[in-house]
Design a protein around this ligand. Structure first.
Ligand SMILES: [Fe+2]
Ligand SMILES: [Fe+2]
Length: 303
C-alpha cells in the first residue's frame, strides 16, 4: 500500500508532467457547462446563444480529457494522501471575504466566453435562494458552496478540485459520467476495492464512505463545526451527481443520508440554473453578507 501511494504521488507530481495533464480545461467553468448539458434546466428553454457553444469540439475533447485524468487518478490512496495534505489546514488563514476575493483570481481572462466570475456565480446562487425565502443559513450556503475551489490556487490540478464526485474504496458506478475511463484507475482491478461494497458494508452511511477528492469535501471539512447539518450535506455532496441525480449509491446510504439528500437535491437547481445575464452588485450586497457570515462563522478560518 505504501509503495502504491508513493507511485501514485510520484506519477502525479512528476516534474515532467505536462500542464495539460494537470489542467486540461481552459477554465473550471467548462466542467460546469458540461453538467448543464447533461442536466439542462427543465423549466427554462434558453436561446441557444445564451449559453456557450456546446458543439465546440475542442471544448468537448478537453472535458473528456479532464474526466479521463480524474477517473484515472482518483484512487482510494490518492484521496487518503490529499486528506493528509490538506486537512491539517496549514495553507492560509483567511476571512470568508478574503477567500472570496482570492477565489476570484481564478477568472480566466483569456477565455472570452466567461462573463461571470466565481464571486458572481456564488452571489447569483445565494441571491436566488434568498429570493425564494429560504432560511439564512441556506442563503449563506449558496454563497460559500464553491469556496473549496481555492485548492486550484494552491497548485492542485483541476481534476482534483472540480468534477463529479463519487465514492472510492468500492466499485465505480456505470452511472458516473464517462465510466469507461475507470479502467485506467488501479483500484478498478484491485480486489479490495472493485466489488459493489468494497471496504464498506450495506447502508453503512456516507459518513463512513470516502469520496473522491475535490472542493466539496475540502470545504465541508473547513466548515463542519459551524453550519447546520442540511447546509453541510449540501456543501459536501453537491457534485455527487451519480447519487443526487442518478441514485446510483443507494446501497451505501442510511436513513439519515436519505433524509438530508432532500436538501442536496433542493440546492442543485440553484447551483446549476441561477446564472442570469445581469451580474449581482457585489458592493451593494456586501453588508448583508458580512452580517450573515459573522452570524455563523468566526472572523477567520484556516485553509
Ligand atoms: Fe461546486
Ligand atoms: Fe457552484
Amino acid at each position: 500500500m505504501l509503495l502504491n501511494i508513493f507511485l501514485n504521488l510520484n506519477s502525479l507530481f512528476n516534474p515532467f508532467m505536462k500542464n495539460s495533464d494537470l489542467n486540461p480545461l481552459s477554465s473550471l467553468e467548462d466542467w460546469e457547462d458540461d453538467i448543464l448539458r447533461r442536466y439542462p434546466d427543465p423549466e427554462i428553454t434558453k436561446k441557444k446563444d445564451e449559453y456557450r457553444n456546446y458543439n465546440d469540439s475542442h471544448r468537448d475533447s478537453t472535458v473528456r480529457e479532464f474526466y479521463r485524468l480524474n477517473h484515472k487518478y482518483q484512487t482510494y490512496d490518492f484521496v487518503s494522501a490529499k486528506e493528509d495534505e490538506f486537512l491539517s489546514f496549514n495553507k492560509r488563514e483567511m476571512s470568508i471575504w478574503d477567500a472570496l476575493d482570492y477565489l476570484n483570481t481564478l477568472v480566466d481572462e483569456s477565455d472570452p466566453d466567461i462573463e461571470l466570475d466565481q464571486l458572481q456565480h456564488l452571489l447569483q446562487t445565494s441571491e436566488a435562494i434568498r429570493k425564494d425565502g429560504h432560511p439564512d443559513w441556506f442563503v449563506l450556503t449558496g454563497l460559500l458552496h464553491d469556496l473549496g475551489k481555492v485548492l486550484c490556487l494552491f497548485g492542485e490540478p483541476q481534476w482534483a478540485v472540480v468534477g463529479d464526485t463519487f465514492p472510492v474504496g468500492c466499485s465505480y458506478s456505470s452511472k458516473i459520467v464517462y465510466p469507461e475511463f475507470f479502467c485506467e484507475n488501479p483500484d478498478f482491478s484491485d480486489e479490495r476495492y472493485n466489488t459493489k461494497f468494497g471496504i464498506y458494508s450495506e447502508n453503512c452511511g456516507l459518513q463512513n464512505v470516502k469520496m473522491s477528492w475535490g472542493h466539496d469535501e475540502y470545504l465541508y471539512q473547513i466548515l463542519r463545526d459551524y453550519l447546520p447539518k442540511p447546509a453541510l450535506y449540501m456543501i459536501r455532496y453537491h457534485s455527487f451527481y451519480a447519487q443526487h441525480r442518478e441514485g446510483a449509491y443507494e446501497h451505501l446510504m442510511n436513513d439519515e443520508d436519505r433524509e438530508y439528500f432532500k436538501w442536496v437535491k433542493l440546492f442543485n437547481p440553484y447551483d446549476l440554473y441561477s446564472k442570469a445575464p445581469v451580474p449581482p452588485d457585489s458592493k451593494a450586497l456586501r453588508p448583508y453578507y458580512e452580517g450573515l457570515i459573522s452570524k455563523y462563522l468566526p472572523e477567520k478560518l484556516l485553509f
